[in-house]
Design a protein around this ligand. Sequence first.
Ligand SMILES: C[S@@+](CC[C@H](N)C(=O)[O-])C[C@H]1O[C@@H](n2cnc3c(N)ncnc32)[C@H](O)[C@@H]1O
Length: 310
Amino acid sequence: MIEQQHLPVLLEESVHALIVDPNGIYVDGTFGRGGHSRAILARLGDAGRLIGIDRDPEAVAAGDALSRTDRRFSMLSGRFGSISELLSRIQVRGDLCGLLLDLGVSSPQLDTAERGFSFSSEGPLDLRMDPTRGESAAQWLARASEAEIAQVLRDFGEERFARRIARNIVAERGDSPLTTTTQLAALVARSVSTREPGKHPATRTFQALRIRINDELDEIRDCLRQSCDLLAHTGRLVVISFHSLEDRIVKRFMRAEALGPVLPKGLPVTAEESRGRLHVLGKPVRASAAEVASNPRARSAIMRVAERLP
Ligand SMILES: C[S@@+](CC[C@H](N)C(=O)[O-])C[C@H]1O[C@@H](n2cnc3c(N)ncnc32)[C@H](O)[C@@H]1O
């Protein structure tokens, strides 16, 4: 079998921003095929430690294989939204020198038709990162109300034709269930009246369904909320986002944590109690023209970095 690869995005920039101590403990919360993890391990010393997390069983298998060849690496199967609980299983309760999140889906997920992430190749309408749990997109579309479908397409896909697409989904499923990616892609193409240049008409619908099915935005919020308690003083939080909904959550979180708690005026608090827990480092970083030319996925990537304050 040919091993499926994923070209890591902003590799140099993210690993450089992440590593503050070559002998510290780090977490790669989105292991994928381990592109970032391997680059981190290449820079860690003998006493350094890296923990990979992924919810996709195929990514976990790739991580397990790496853990057999490098004793500094361990792989955990699960959602990064439960990061504290996952880490506590291996007795890691804090003191992380860095946490990396490279959000979204991996190339093997997109390129394997049976996973149902791609509207351009025929496959079951699944879209789960962990196909062993929860509801597939086909199951959700079979039971959701027209209003719920429209809301998901609007909120998570910023789709102008959300209502029309939802109406057509509900009409079509009355005749026969929607079970394949190409069936849905064709329905969306029939439903939208204007095309965005260079974009398949179903792009927004598939993004919206993927976010809904995998609860992606709450996962990010949950993980970020736990990150400050897990990071050691000067530890780094490095997040690479691929669309504005993800990036907005990261940006707002880092800003809020940099400002500190909002306290009523005149409250007797110490300077320490009113101080933020993070310091935002530099400006958001985008991929260079050369990287975008060799990896089109990098086009929409945006990386934000923050440091844990004492
Ligand atoms: C863009 S890929 C990461 C690629 C990786 N950096 C590499 O170089 O191979 C994102 C990965 O994160 C995983 N993922 C996304 N959301 C997750 C979550 N909430 N919990 C755990 N893993 C998640 C996906 O299954 C996918 O494998």
